[in-house]
Design a protein around this ligand. Structure first.
Ligand code: HEC
Length: 130
């Protein structure tokens, strides 16, 4: 048995007692759904209307308060799904347009954002936005 074996054993005992490397706590800290969660287009449509439509538009064509999500800027090759979780959790500083900042949103879960992403991607796909 080498010293490094004991060092690793000790380290893993210490780490297992705290949660910084626990996948569940990493997920919660980063505001992400469990990896097995399947976003639902149907639920996403409802969640979108309740939380996002007032700025991004009922038809996702944008309003005076926010940009259109049916735009190549927000296709999955330009804005990864992660940017949706990030936008909801932290808000977005104005940078692409002149609508002002997006405020952080509360009262919405990562699972609900996952549903919204499914709905947005589905609608983008119908319009050939990649
Ligand atoms: C109060 C208005 C408002 C609401 C509500 C709102 N947004 Fe936004 N959102 C904005 C504005 C404004 C921007 C554009 C910021 C810029 O890039 O200039 C934006 C940008 C974004 C972006 C791009 C982020 C990036 O990285 O550039 C995403 C994704 C997004 N919104 C998703 C959502 C989702 C999902 C919801 C509902 C859960 C939502 N927004 C609700 C105003 C809003």
């Amino acid at each position: 048995m080498s010293m490094s074996f004991f060092a690793i054993l000790l380290l893993s005992l210490v780490l297992s007692g705290c949660d910084i490397f626990d996948p569940e706590s990493i997920r919660a800290r980063n505001f992400l759904p469990p990896p097995t969660y399947q976003g639902s287009v149907e639920r996403g449509e409802v969640n979108y209307k309740n939380n996002c439509a007032r700025c991004h538009g009922v038809d996702m064509a944008g309003t005076a308060e926010g940009p259109p999500l049916m735009n190549k800027t927000y296709g999955s090759s330009h804005h990864a799904d992660l940017s949706f979780y990030h936008a909801v959790k932290n808000g977005v500083k104005q940078h692409h347009w002149k609508y002002g900042d997006m405020p952080m949103l509360t009262g919405i879960s990562p699972e609900e954002v996952s549903d919204i992403v499914a709905f947005v991607r589905f609608q983008q796909q119908l319009r050939g936005i990649k």
